[in-house]
Ligand binder design. Structure first.
Ligand SMILES: [Zn+2]
Length: 84
């Protein structure tokens, strides 16, 4: 009946140290998008807000023409946009 003094712990498994405080960046809100009708190609797609949040940017799925729709004062808050 060995006492605790005779136990050699080789595992090093002190699980209370394994609690990770690292908190991965929580996913941000879903990026808002704007529905775009591309008159150039009569196509339809979504464009997404850019990283700065200042505009919706995207390109035509067929001819790759770019569009930039500003957000905010003087910009648009509409959900549907026609690109020419
Ligand atoms: Zn196009």
């Amino acid at each position: 009946m060995p006492g605790p003094d005779h136990i050699v712990d080789l595992t090093g498994d002190h699980s209370d140290e394994s609690v990770s405080l690292r908190d991965a960046n929580p996913p941000r809100q879903r990026r808002p998008w704007l529905a775009v009708q591309w008159n150039c190609c009569r196509a339809y797609s979504r464009i997404y807000r850019n990283s700065a949040g200042a505009a919706y940017v995207g390109h035509c799925p067929k001819c790759a023409k770019r569009v930039n729709v500003p957000i905010g004062p003087g910009g648009t808050d509409q959900r549907f946009f026609r690109a020419h």
